[in-house]
Design a protein around this ligand. Structure first.
Ligand SMILES: Cc1cc2nc3c(=O)[nH]c(=O)nc-3n(C[C@H](O)[C@H](O)[C@H](O)COP(=O)(O)OP(=O)(O)OC[C@H]3O[C@@H](n4cnc5c(N)ncnc54)[C@H](O)[C@@H]3O)c2cc1C
Length: 451
């Protein structure tokens, strides 16, 4: 049996849920299809922090209304419920392998400003999913779980979406099936995208970690594996809990070895984990491609990570989902009243201006690619040793790279004098990412069917 809808949304992550809410509230007949059997269960690794709480991100400023229990997007004028616990994140500190620190903010200062000193907000994503699902259902959206969409066919009049032996017909579809989207691939987008590398992650919620601070974000780097490995520590909104995540861009890296390095071998960090209790484990694996510049093709609009390089972050995905749902609702109304269409083109323009132009994907990847530029532990230790003052408080991957670039510029005279051999390495920061990651790209090519 075929079910008929105004719009079919594939994927009930942050983007798909917000798209469904927007289209549902506009009175459209919406079907939301999700592969997972439980929308509120978190199956893919996520740091579960809101990026960013102290500056504009995706042209929006995010506010958490504690009393009303709502995440509010002040510029785009929408909100969603979140009734779970939260933990302010007051700074982001990057540690070099020997423990030298590069600080985006000092928590002893930012804590004084309370909520307004936070750079990010840690929350429980499973509770967020539950709250969003309640809102989506209240907006009249028909939710179908356990549907693994494997085919999307389109005509001039509409879209047929099929999976798990069911078919759904819609006038439009929104692909919110996340990074490495099957729908984007089927629509032929990947043929025009540049492939860079993997992003692999594995990590645990942990208790009893004796980290320098429980309310800041922390990260570090190891050069020990065949390619760089990373540790990111995210605060959790539960007493004495952290979310400790190990990552690599290169499939040749064994993440268990990366975890062992930070938790057992590195004298600076191993002490933190001596008594650690490992709780739930999550993981993720994805290819990193250049983003999709024109996210609409054949009556299918792309939202959230589907069209992104690696990730829009949860806040970016929610904004994009809300705007995509509203754009399709506008397109449906335009068709029905017979007015000139602009809903979808407005979304495309917004995507290009807000994401493609203002959030360069190579700057995003540089957050992970720095150790490919400074390719020895002692280089990174040395650069961090020169940093005497904190950088501005920040948990925004694009702004962070701007601060980092300015920092490196300010250090150039000292480096030229003390370690001139580092200058050619630093110059690589301005090379194209295809050159910086060339070895990893070559080693991790996706299978041909990803085109
Ligand atoms: C290691 C790591 C750490 C991160 N940390 C943070 C962080 O601290 N803060 C932050 O803001 N962001 C973080 N992110 C990014 C964040 O998780 C994503 O940007 C966000 O989840 C994107 O939302 P989305 O709705 O676009 O996609 P997703 O969350 O990926 O949702 C896609 C949905 O589509 C479903 N789906 C996929 N394929 C199909 C199919 N064929 N049929 C039906 N359903 C399908 C999936 O099951 C999923 O529910 C992190 C990501 C990683 C990998």
């Amino acid at each position: 049996m075929t079910n008929k809808y105004d719009v079919i949304i594939v994927g009930a992550g942050p983007a798909g849920l917000l798209a469904a809410k927007a289209a549902g509230l506009a009175g459209m007949k919406v079907a939301l299809l999700e592969r997972k059997s439980e929308i509120s269960s978190l199956e893919r690794m996520c740091g579960q922090t809101l990026v960013s709480m102290n500056d504009y991100y995706f042209d929006d400023l995010v506010q958490y209304n504690r009393e009303g229990k709502k995440i509010v997007f002040l510029n785009n004028g929408f909100s969603c419920n979140y009734e779970g616990p939260t933990q302010n994140c007051y700074a982001w500190h990057i540690f070099s392998p020997n423990g030298n620190r590069l600080a985006f903010g000092l928590p002893e200062e930012t804590r004084k400003k309370g909520d307004y000193g936070a750079v990010g907000l840690a929350y429980d994503k499973e509770i967020l999913f539950r709250c969003l699902l309640e809102e989506v259902t209240a907006a009249g959206v028909a939710v179908f779980t356990g549907i693994d969409v494997d085919e999307v066919s389109t005509s001039d009049e509409g879209v047929t979406v099929s999976g798990s032996n069911k078919s759904f017909e819609g006038l439009y579809a929104i692909a919110a099936d996340g990074t490495n989207s099957r729908i984007a691939r089927q629509l032929g987008y990947n043929r025009d995208r540049t492939f860079y590398s993997y992003l692999l992650s594995k990590g645990w919620y942990m208790r009893n970690v004796k980290a320098p601070s429980m309310d800041i974000l922390m990260s570090s780097i190891t050069y020990k594996p065949v390619a760089p490995g990373y540790m990111f520590i995210f605060p959790r909104p539960y007493d004495d809990e952290l979310n400790v995540v190990f990552l690599a861009l290169d499939a040749r890296v064994n993440l268990d070895e990366v975890a062992d390095y930070f938790m057992k071998e590195n004298p600076f960090t191993a002490a933190w984990f001596a008594q650690a209790e490992l709780l739930d484990m999550h993981a993720s694996a994805q290819y990193i491609f250049s983003p999709i510049a024109a996210p609409y093709r054949k009556r299918v609009l792309l939202a959230g990570d589907t069209g992104s390089c690696q990730e829009l972050e949860n806040s970016g995905a929610m904004i994009s989902g809300w705007k995509a749902g509203s754009a399709i609702a506008a397109a449906l109304k335009e068709d029905r009243v017979g007015t000139a269409s602009q809903g979808i083109s407005n979304y495309i323009q917004w995507w290009q201006k807000t994401y493609i132009e203002k959030c360069p994907h190579e700057a995003y990847i540089m957050n992970f690619a720095l150790p490919y530029v400074l390719d020895a532990a002692e280089d990174f230790n040395y650069i961090c040793s020169l940093v005497k003052e904190p950088l501005p408080p920040c948990w925004n991957p694009y702004a962070a790279m701007n601060h980092m670039g300015a920092l490196v510029q300010s250090l150039v005279p000292t480096i030229q004098q003390e370690r001139p051999e580092l200058m050619p390495k630093l110059a690589r920061m301005s090379q194209p990412m295809t050159e910086i990651l060339a070895d990893t790209t070559e080693a991790c090519k996706p299978p041909a069917h990803f085109d």
